[in-house]
Every structure is written in C-alpha cells, then in structure tokens.
Design a protein around this ligand. Structure first.
Ligand code: NAP
Length: 207
C-alpha cells in the first residue's frame, strides 16, 4: 500500500503545493481543509489525476476535538499516516500597543496549539507502526522576529522549540520531526500586505 501524507491547511498556498508535490511522489493524500470551497474540489481532482487517492477531512486544527476526529477518520480510511505536515496557519498583524489579547491568542491557537493538537493524535499511530515523518512549517520570522508580528513570530518560534523537543522524544520510535522556516512566499497570506511592507521584506532578500 502507498504511503499516506496528512497535510493541514492544504487547499491554498504552500499547503496545496506540498499536497500536489507529495501526490506526485506517489503518496496517498489526506488533506485537511477548514472551509469548503471550489479550491478543494479542484485540488481533489488534480490529486486524483496523479493516480493517487485523496481523502479530505474538514476541521479546525485549533480545536482538540476536531483534531482527534480528523485523525481517526484518516486512520479508518487509510489505516496509516506516514507523513504529517503541520502547515495550517494564520496571521493577525498589529503592533503590540494595538494588539488585542484575542489577536495574540488566536494566532497562537491555530499555529502552535494546532500543531500540538494534530501531532499528539497522529503520533499514537506512528508510534505503533514505529515509523513517521513530521514536518512543521515555521517561518524565518520565528527566528528573526518582525515588527507587527509578535503573535505570529512567537507562534513560529514556539514551533521550532516544540519540533526540537518532540524530535528528541520520538527518535527511539523511528519518528523524525523537522521544522521548515520559509522566507517570503507569494500566497493569500502575503498578498494582503501593503506594497511598502512587501518591498521592505523583499529588500532583506539578497538575491
Ligand atoms: P494561506 O495561503 O493563507 O493558507 C493558509 C491555510 O491554512 C489555508 O488553507 C487555511 O484554510 C488554513 N487554515 C487556517 N486556519 C486554519 C485552522 N484553524 N484549521 C485548519 N486550517 C486552517 O497561507 P500560506 O502562505 O500558504 O502559509 C502556509 C503556512 O506557511 C503557514 O503556517 C504560514 O505561517 C507558513 N509560512 C508562510 C510564508 C509565506 O510567505 N507565505 C512564510 C513562512 C511561513 P482556509 O482556506 O479554510 O482559511
């Protein structure tokens, strides 16, 4: 049976690209989406055309009950999860003086608690199988910090510490955990930025 990759937040942007790339590599794809839309139908079709199976699960990664249910649904369907990509993420940018508590906690809850929720459920099955690859999407901002993104940077720095810790906990079960810290990538997340902010970020990239 083909290996199974579970990607969160997979209908748009980076998650969508990861899902298609892994499908192209021959993985069956379990994709998480939060909002049902046309993009999901198009992606399902594109994945199926690559000759692998696509199984969508709806849910909010920041909710523990959704994370548990989605993982169970995938296991009932595919009987295994070999690769987990914790990609779902949001931004709510504001300078700290203007940032409301919920703008801070919402971002932490989706980006960091969501990564914890899904990982905690998925590793139950990876540990039984003594195999697994966990890839958590952090950000360069989690390393450098960024004005207006204290919530987002904290969540992405948290993902790095979380990933390093679980890598140590799970190595003996043949499960690896790695964080990827992308730089600026053009998606819906960055399209909403003002031109001067985009130019300032691009100015920090040497080539
Ligand atoms: P995007 O285009 O805004 O897509 C985000 C995805 O996450 C969407 O599919 C969204 O689903 C999903 N999502 C959001 N909240 C969710 C929740 N509570 N539960 C489940 N899914 C949820 O963003 P992107 O640029 O592709 O970013 C993907 C990841 O890469 C994020 O973790 C982001 O922080 C990280 N990253 C991005 C950049 C960049 O420059 N773009 C750089 C570094 C890191 P809906 O469609 O339902 O909203």
């Amino acid at each position: 049976m083909s290996k199974v990759a579970f990607i969160t937040g997979a209908t748009r942007g980076i998650g969508r690209a990861i899902a298609l790339e892994l499908a192209n590599e021959g993985y069956n794809i379990a994709l998480n989406y939060r909002t049902e839309n046309e993009a999901l139908e198009t992606l399902k079709k594109e994945i199926s055309e690559l000759g692998v199976e696509c199984y969508p699960v709806q849910g909010d990664v920041s909710k523990a009950e959704d994370s548990e249910r989605m993982t169970k649904e995938i296991i009932e369907h595919f009987e295994q999860i070999d690769v987990l990509v914790n990609n779902a993420g949001i931004t709510k940018d504001k300078l700290i003086q203007r940032m409301k508590e919920e703008e801070f906690t919402d971002v932490i809850n989706v980006n960091l608690v969501g990564t914890f929720n899904i990982t905690k459920n998925v590793i139950k099955y990876m540990t039984k199988k003594r195999y697994g690859k966990i890839i958590n999407i952090s950000s360069v901002v989690g390393i450098s910090g960024n004005a207006g993104q204290s919530n987002y940077a904290a969540s992405k720095a948290g993902i790095i510490g979380f990933t390093k810790s679980i890598a140590k906990e799970l190595a003996s079960r043949n499960i690896t955990a790695n964080a990827v810290a992308p730089g600026f990538i053009q998606t819906d997340m960055t399209n909403v930025l003002k031109d001067e902010i985009k130019e300032a970020i691009e100015g920090t990239i040497p080539l």
